[in-house]
Design a protein around this ligand. Structure first.
Ligand code: ZN
Length: 340
């Protein structure tokens, strides 16, 4: 089968190769992949991978959707069923799994990080990690939900839930998680402010009824305080990291919540401990979401509550070009991989 394989670190270690189809152990399912999406963590795996137990060569890709080829009878899945993949394998019987928080399972293995991923014609995975979709489901949209939208779901609802009457600030809106967070916070009825740049992205967000701050030309903290009559935002969603951390803290209302899921621009900003305790600010780390959060996300999508934003689509062999698109300044939303 064709797959995008990381053979060694660096951009020239990514190759489209013929790989043997994987074995499907008892209790697992085999999926014919149709779509996947590019995530920032793919670049981390390509260029570094430190702290993530894995071996090379590794098939890349963390999320995606496809059709069941084979599945255990007890799973209720049948050949041809459209499915979306939860990005984790999990044990199902540890404390975390029994509490319904699969990302905290110590045996959890993430596709494309700890084990082979989704940039392949076929994937095998324990059947409990598959969610069945209706026969007419749009697998292009389904293929981008697994990482960015699930991560955004937990950031918007899982820590200090956003809702009507609250103000949510989303930093660096343009990336997959940030775009998703804007949509989900709007869906929840919150007032949403975004920092972004570029005429097209500013216009896109204004069209969604979102208030925009151009971080290239405006003082973000001043703008947020002006827009909120001096209060600041109740919830700040930040996956930019060191570059925006201080601005995020200073844009928060007293008693507000900062949720972080990424450190693209660096991992060691000043903690500003005095600001944290004097203003009673909470900082939450967040990554992906539970199986139940994934199911709720999928139900919300199927009910039409939001439509995933897809920036562009690339065929499987062109994953390296899709990676390059991640850092394009005009990029808005998810980058889809189509697997013919
Ligand atoms: Zn577990």
């Amino acid at each position: 089968m064709k797959a995008i394989v990381l053979t060694k670190r660096g951009a020239d270690g990514v190759a489209c190769l013929d790989m043997p189809a994987p074995d499907c152990p008892p209790g697992w399912a085999r999926v014919r992949m149709r779509t996947a999406s590019v995530n920032r963590v793919d670049l981390y795996m390509r260029d570094n991978g430190a702290g993530i137990t894995h071996d090379l060569p590794l098939i890349m890709g963390v999320d995606g959707a496809g059709e069941v080829i084979e599945a255990p009878e007890e799973s209720g899945l049948h050949p041809g069923d459209p499915v979306v993949l939860y990005p984790y394998e999990f044990c199902g019987h540890c404390r975390a799994c029994l509490a319904g928080d699969q990302p905290l399972c110590r045996q959890a293995r993430i596709l494309g990080e700890h084990r082979h991923g989704t940039f392949a014609e076929e994937v095998v995975i324990p059947a409990p990690s598959l969610v069945r979709l209706p026969k007419n489901a749009d697998l292009r949209q389904a293929g981008v939900l697994g990482v960015a939208y699930l991560t955004a779901w937990r950031m918007v609802f899982g820590k200090a839930a956003a809702g009507p009457g609250q103000t949510v600030l989303v930093q660096g809106a343009g990336g997959g998680v940030a775009c998703a967070a804007v949509q989900l916070a709007r869906m929840a009825g919150a007032r949403v402010l975004v920092t972004t740049s570029g005429a097209e992205k500013l216009a896109h967000f204004r069209g969604l009824g979102v208030e925009t701050i151009d971080h290239r030309s405006e003082d973000v903290v001043r703008a947020v305080l002006d827009m909120t009559a001096g209060d600041g935002a109740d919830l700040v969603i930040d996956n930019v990291g060191e570059k925006t951390w201080g601005v995020s803290l200073r844009s928060l209302a007293r008693g507000g919540h900062l949720v972080t899921c990424g450190a693209t621009t660096g991992a060691h900003p000043s903690a500003e401990i005095q600001r944290l305790f004097v203003r009673q600010i909470s900082v939450h780390g967040s990554t992906m979401g539970s199986m139940e959060e994934f199911r709720r996300l999928i139900r919300a999508w199927q009910s039409g509550a939001f439509t995933p934003v897809i920036d562009s689509a690339f065929p499987l062999p062109e994953v390296p070009a899709a990676f390059a698109r991640l850092d394009h300044p005009a990029r808005l939303g998810k980058i889809l991989i189509q697997i013919p």
